[in-house]
Design a protein around this ligand. Structure first.
Ligand code: URA
Length: 233
């Protein structure tokens, strides 16, 4: 069956789902676009090898970045095409800082930079203290002008949300007032965890999965994102 053309300026309903379920406590967008869902299925598949997995993470992040940057302000810019003068649009306002959470977030970095090559990059390294289960910083290097930038955090798997919430705190403590998160897969509990402390943080994801298992893996999920990206284990 042929689909009607979308109304100008409006995405098709199935392309983007802005969730309003009562369990969800802040802005969450699950991108239902067929390309995103197709690539997410390939990414999850256990037979996808490391090389292809990396490519898919890159492609998915690029597609999610498109959604996560739709708020960026634009301004008129006078330009000349080869044929005549015209008023074009260019991005104005705050610049972007993209901050991957190590190590798996690194696999998403190029996807954002390929669309926003002038973005500054910050790095956030956190590990979990096995006794307290609290996230502990081991490496943090952020641009020094975060208050002038829209911050995009990258964390492929939003599981419990504890380390991502800590990363949001870190960038806010460094001056950021505009923070959003791109994840590939999230759990409802992880989303709630972020929004408990940071209800204004917009989350863009490719999929929201059922639950965490007893080992802290997202199910159905895709396994350990870092191991699958880097071929460890
Ligand atoms: N981190 C991962 O890499 N995978 C999960 O399922 C949960 C957290």
């Amino acid at each position: 069956m042929r689909q009607a053309a979308p109304l100008p300026g409006f995405p098709r309903l199935h392309d983007v789902r802005v969730l309003s379920r009562s369990v969800l406590t802040g802005p969450v967008t699950e991108v239902r676009h067929p390309l995103v869902q197709h690539k997410l299925g390939l990414l999850r598949d256990t037979s996808t090898d490391t090389h292809r997995f990396r490519q898919l993470v890159n492609e998915l992040t690029l597609l999610l970045t498109y959604e996560a940057t739709k708020h960026l302000a634009t301004e008129d810019a006078e330009i000349e095409t080869p044929l005549e003068a015209m008023t074009a649009q260019r991005i104005s306002g705050k610049k972007v800082a993209v901050c991957p959470i190590l190590r798996a977030g690194m696999g998403m970095l190029d996807g954002v930079l390929s669309l926003i090559p002038v973005a500054r990059v910050g790095f956030i390294g956190l590990y979990r203290n096995e006794e307290t289960l609290e996230p502990v910083e081991y490496y943090v290097k952020l641009p020094d002008d975060l208050s002038d930038r829209d911050v995009i955090l990258l964390d492929p798997m939003l599981a419990t949300g504890n380390s991502t919430a800590a990363a949001v705190e870190l960038v806010k403590a460094a001056g950021a007032s505009s923070v959003r998160l791109i994840a590939l897969i999230a759990t409802p509990i992880g989303i709630e965890r972020i929004h408990r402390d940071h209800p204004e943080v917009a989350i863009v994801v490719a999929g929201i999965d059922r639950e965490l298992n007893e080992r802290g893996y997202i199910v159905p999920g895709l396994g350990d994102a870092g191991d699958r990206l880097y071929g460890t284990k």
